[in-house]
Design a protein around this ligand. Structure first.
Ligand SMILES: [Ca+2]
Ligand SMILES: [Ca+2]
Ligand SMILES: [Ca+2]
Ligand SMILES: [Ca+2]
Length: 273
């Protein structure tokens, strides 16, 4: 534990942002992270499961959407840590006030088939709450895909998930919720990890449904060999709420709504500008 603490302190000094500390004398804890800056909301989102650095141990990701990286208010950050030793493997930071990078996070699938886990970071505040989600290679930290909202208030990236192979190409896929779409009717989109093409979309039926308020993408549930996914819609029926668990055979593969563009140089892994 002492070693971890020292390492984390070094990270804080180098980062100069978000203030993440490992503290931990509790033997019942593997790790503990504590934010150091008031109102950053470290732990607003968390996920784990994928092995990003290929050491055979699962790693984890932590979102801090109200962090002020480089002094940019509420730009937000997300940090990827080694499950094996708690060291910082990657970080992503917003570049404009209110981006809220890390509003949602996922880390459990290998979408490019290189054997290493990849991760997804939602930033629902980007561009006046149009929102965005970014998918990174765990092996290289490079941005593989970005999905961006097309109109203010969509809140694309309000929820994200990455894991199961929905389209049967042996590579993991990912899901992005946009609960603010069309006056909070909401929407959720499932994309192929291999190609970035839209596999499936679900649009809410009524204003306020908030489809995509939560999302998950899972290993096979119905035994057909393909992954399945889960979409929460907490606003349905006067906020009684609803959840949809959708098998791949429901998916109309031909539809495509949002361009998914491979982008380089937006934001960056630890050590890059
Ligand atoms: Ca690992
Ligand atoms: Ca990978
Ligand atoms: Ca796939
Ligand atoms: Ca299935």
């Amino acid at each position: 534990m002492r070693k971890l603490k020292v390492f984390a302190l070094v990270c804080v000094v180098l980062l100069g942002m978000a203030g993440v500390l490992f503290a931990g004398s509790d033997p019942n804890l593997l790790y503990e992270l504590n934010g150091t800056d008031a109102a950053d909301q470290l732990g607003y989102s968390v996920a784990g499961g994928g092995d990003v650095n290929g050491d055979g141990r699962a790693d984890f990701i932590v979102g801090v959407p109200f962090a002020n990286p480089n002094g940019i208010i509420n730009a937000g950050s997300a940090f990827v840590y080694s499950g094996a030793d708690g060291s910082l493997l990657d970080s992503v930071h917003g570049t404009a006030p209110g981006d809220r990078v890390g509003g949602s996070v996922g880390l459990q699938g290998d979408i490019d088939g290189d054997g290493k886990g990849d991760y997804i970071v939602g930033a629902p505040g980007v561009n006046n709450l149009a929102g965005a989600a970014y998918v990174y290679s765990g092996a290289t930290g490079l941005l593989m895909y970005q999905i961006t909202g097309s109109s203010p208030g969509e809140r694309v990236g309000g929820s994200v998930g990455i894991y199961g192979d929905v389209d049967g190409d042996s590579k993991g896929d990912f899901i992005v919720g946009a609960p603010g779409t069309n006056d909070s009717t909401g929407a959720a989109y499932v994309y192929s990890g291999a190609t970035g093409l839209l596999i499936y979309q679900k649009i809410g039926g009524a204003i306020g449904d908030r489809v995509g308020g939560s999302v998950g993408i899972s290993a096979d549930m119905d035994g057909d060999g393909n992954g399945d996914f889960i979409i929460g819609a907490p606003g349905v029926n006067d906020s009684a709420g609803a959840v949809f668990v959708i098998p791949v055979w429901m998916a109309p593969f031909s539809i495509r709504k949002t361009a998914v563009l491979p982008v380089t140089g937006w934001a960056a892994r630890w050590g890059q500008p």
